[in-house]
Design a protein around this ligand. Sequence first.
Ligand code: 5GP
Ligand code: ZN
Length: 127
Amino acid sequence: MLGNIFLTLSYTNGGIFMETGCIFCSIAQEKTATELLYKNHNLVVFKDIKPHAPVHLLIVPKQHIRSINDLTADDLPLVSELIVAAKNMAIEVGVKETGYKLLFNVERGGGQMVFHLHLHLIGGWIR
Ligand code: 5GP
Ligand code: ZN
């Protein structure tokens, strides 16, 4: 049966590695209706579509990297940038003082569902 063949193509956009058929590549390229809360040359931030907490943002590199497992030493500045962007967004959405979690799910066993690297910023609970 040839029913479920899905073609994935890799390409570069402004020097940034992307993949067709990847929802986070599409969001990062503003090809969807998803509102970006922040964007710069390297990353975008948007709200999780199924939030697990009052505040649930995703910090997503524009570059298509599958997961933490695929990072190399060259990616160190990017990973630092994701974390600093998360910290800045925590200030922006008012959870800096109350606290928050930063989470990478890694591969299926780690709960990863979207195989494009992303950092979850989760918080806003009243405790
Ligand atoms: P993971 O389980 O891969 O670490 O997290 C993926 C997250 O992406 C999930 O929390 C899921 O709700 C969110 N998500 C999946 N598809 C979309 C989408 O199309 N738009 C937005 N805003 N979030 C999505
Ligand atoms: Zn992608």
